[in-house]
Design a protein around this ligand. Structure first.
Ligand SMILES: [Cu+2]
Length: 138
């Protein structure tokens, strides 16, 4: 379970995370990307091919992590919380039954195996500008 106060010790950059003052890191989830009330933090993250990023909902609102189908590299795996295989499927499932929603503390992980730029969004808050991007380097 993610503990909010723990975020104070996090230092983020280039997709890597350094943890300060942590006694037992094995018991904690360290987010690469946090979800605030209306945004992904940080908005832009860099990582390397083969790395897995953890998106964590650190807010009380429901959010999704949903890739733009036309905003990811060719041949890249589509990704979305809820496990949807297309953007359209993810959008429809949210409208129908809030499927794909991540509750507070929930974690979504994705491993990036193709280099390039990935754009993604939160279905309910896209209209408010809740989008993010990930740069995956070789
Ligand atoms: Cu959201």
């Amino acid at each position: 379970m993610y503990r909010r106060e723990f975020g104070k010790g996090l230092v983020m950059g280039l997709g890597g995370i350094a943890l300060q003052g942590c006694i037992d890191p094995g018991s904690e989830v360290i987010p690469d990307i946090r979800m605030s009330a209306s945004g992904f933090l940080p908005y832009r993250v860099e990582t390397k091919v083969g790395q897995t990023l953890k998106f964590v909902n650190t807010n009380s609102r429901l959010h999704t992590v949903t890739a733009y189908e036309n905003g990811i590299p060719k041949n890249a795996d589509y990704f979305a919380s809820g496990g949807f295989e297309t953007e359209n499927e993810a959008r429809k499932a949210w409208v129908k039954n809030l499927e794909g929603a991540m509750v507070t503390g929930e974690i979504f992980e994705h491993t990036f195996s193709i280099a390039g730029t990935y754009h993604y969004f939160c279905v309910p808050h896209e209209i408010g500008g809740m989008i993010g991007m990930i740069e995956v380097r070789e």
